[in-house]
Design a protein around this ligand. Structure first.
Ligand SMILES: [Zn+2]
Length: 298
């Protein structure tokens, strides 16, 4: 079982102080050791094979530079593949391929998967926040990609991460799992939902479980978190206990929701039943389920 959820473990120095100095950033743009990581809405540019890794290219950031940070002292920028001319995009690819972030996360080592999630999260935010939310004016890149500034009203905007709670809920040794419409056949998972304004994460756990299944849970305990840039979530993983009851889909989010025995969930890990499939290992949902299983006697 993994020590931490996938997409965690990014090791770059984010250069949080240096990036505020435009002269320093300009110096990084002309440093021969600087490289760019390329990612678009379809995924990240990576090389597969025995040692899969993200491609570090010499493609220069054009327009607004988005600095990811420093790797062994050398700058790494994120460049939006979708904004590159086709010829440059082809030349930069150099035998590598664009791989969707979920698939990339399943094969890349943790530090590379974390870097991929980070680059996608930052590019997603810039792509969707070109205009000031306060006055509608176009905004300017600031802090080498860590902020956007509105020249008209002076507002500063910072990259969004939207908190989502996701939780194992247990009663009498059984686990609450639900199924959403549109998921692959047989797939079930733990419940999840966005934290609402004016609500703690713990309160969101109790509310979401009750809204989606009618089940009352209590004593949520935080387990681990995971960046989930689809497009901008931060998954907050919890475990909660329940006194049971008959779950039923109540708010239209789920098609089905049931208590599942330890034996059934264990069988599903080995993929025995095509009608009962657990979420993929790249998700914190699976991390939480595996952790729940690992805590049970063999
Ligand atoms: Zn504004």
């Amino acid at each position: 079982m993994l020590d931490a959820p996938p997409f965690t473990g990014m090791v770059l120095d984010r250069a949080s102080t240096e990036r505020k100095d435009p002269d320093w950033v300009r110096g990084r743009l002309t440093d021969p050791a600087t490289r760019s990581l390329l990612a678009g809405q379809d995924g990240v540019l990576m090389r597969a094979g025995d040692a899969p890794e993200l491609l570090r290219t010499t493609v220069a950031p054009a327009g607004e530079p988005i600095l990811l940070g420093l790797e062994d002292g050398a700058a790494r920028f994120a460049v939006d593949l979708d904004g590159l001319p086709a010829a440059e995009r082809g030349a930069a690819s150099d035998g590598a391929a664009v791989v969707g972030l979920r698939d990339a996360g399943a094969v890349l080592p943790p530090a590379e998967a974390g870097l991929a999630a980070y680059a996608m999260a930052l590019l997603n935010w810039h792509r969707r926040h070109r205009f000031c939310a306060n006055c509608g004016n176009p905004t300017d890149n600031a802090e080498a990609g860590y902020a956007r500034h509105c020249p008209r009203c002076g507002a500063n905007h910072f990259p969004r991460t939207d908190p989502v709670v996701i939780m194992t809920v247990e009663h009498d040794g059984r686990l609450l799992l639900g199924r959403r419409a549109g998921w692959p056949a047989g797939r079930v998972s733990v419940l999840a939902g966005f934290v609402s304004p004016g609500e703690s994460a713990e309160e969101a756990v109790v509310r979401e479980v009750q809204e989606e299944s009618g089940i009352v849970c209590r004593d949520p305990v935080f387990i681990a978190s995971q960046p989930w840039p689809f497009p901008a979530s931060l998954m907050l993983g919890f475990h909660a206990e329940s006194d049971g009851g008959e779950p039923r889909p109540t708010d239209g989010e789920l098609d089905e929701v049931h208590w599942h025995t330890l034996a059934d969930v264990r069988d599903a890990v080995h993929g025995g039943d095509p009608g009962f499939k657990l979420p993929p290992s790249v998700s914190i949902a699976r991390f939480l389920i595996d952790r729940w299983l690992a805590a049970k006697p063999a």
